[in-house]
Design a protein around this ligand. Structure first.
Ligand code: SAH
Length: 257
């Protein structure tokens, strides 16, 4: 089916995936923060099996691969991400132990206690933090790890504009202490949490996107879905700039009991 004959909704999703697949990373992050998260995790070796859920094009997966000798499976719902992911692994000569597979995080096909670690940067919100922590628990070995980054509130009270923005975008956003409590309730020992630095949002994410937005608008002149996508992203960047002391991404590391 060509793009124009697809139902409008599917076409929009394809465009959104195409847009994001142009970047090395699809969410705020950096090699240093992925390495920092890994520093709380021990016992990974050449026999270990890691799943990187919502892996995108694999920017952080390459870091995991360089820092460990483990086998890694990347899962993403978007075929265009997985295509680029597997190309990236070939380019980095990592294809023998890193594989990307199309799949959904709400329907994973791992065996019980098969994984030494579940890693997921900027993606668990797609099924919700609490649901992801609970549903993925069964796939992790005893003493294995979960390491996820999640948008979190830094303060108890916030200006209404930013509260409203997040209640519309992702009402499950919560404070760091409540997120840690959810990790504990889902059957993990909360080992660490840290706020990812501001440059992950500004330099690594919004700045790299800003320079590509006009290119994408010009590629699809007059396309309402593309115009909305870029307008929403510009608004989100303005919100971050104004309210970054109230929220950000936090990495949470838990060890399965
Ligand atoms: N981890 C990457 C990508 C984060 S963006 C990074 O940090 O750069 C979130 C990713 O989750 C996107 O690639 C999106 O396609 C994927 N995604 C969204 N819903 C999903 C689902 N239900 N199952 C698996 N992946 C999903």
């Amino acid at each position: 089916m060509d793009q124009e004959n697809k139902p409008a909704h599917d076409f929009d999703i394809d465009l959104i995936c195409e847009y994001y697949s142009n970047f090395e990373r699809q969410g705020p992050g950096s090699p240093e923060t992925s390495i920092k998260a890994l520093s709380f995790i021990d016992n990974l070796n050449g026999l270990s099996q890691i799943a990187d859920i919502g892996c995108g094009t694999g920017g952080q997966t390459i870091v995991l691969a360089q820092q460990t000798t483990a086998n890694i499976i990347g899962i993403d719902i978007a075929p265009i991400m997985i295509e680029k992911f597997n190309d990236n692994m070939i380019k980095n000569n990592l294809q023998n132990r890193i594989k990307g597979v199309v799949g959904s995080m709400d329907n994973l096909s791992f065996k019980k206690e098969e994984l030494d670690m579940i890693f997921s940067e900027g993606a668990i919100y797609n099924i919700g933090f609490e649901r992801g922590l609970n549903e993925w628990n069964k796939y992790i070995k005893q003493d294995g790890y979960i390491a996820v980054s999640e948008a979190s509130w830094f303060t108890e009270n916030r200006p209404s504009e930013i509260t409203d923005f997040w209640m519309n975008a992702y009402p499950e956003i919560d404070t760091i202490s409540n997120c840690i409590s959810k990790i504990q309730k889902a059957g993990y020992i909360p080992m660490a949490s840290f706020i990812i630095p501001e440059y992950c949002w500004t330099d690594n994410f919004y700045k790299s996107h800003a320079s590509f937005q006009d290119v994408f608008l010009n590629k699809y002149p007059g396309n309402k879905a593309v115009e909305k996508l870029i307008a929403d992203e510009r608004y989100e960047a303005r919100m971050y700039n104004e309210y970054k002391k109230y929220y950000g991404y936090v990495f949470y590391i838990g060890k399965k009991i």
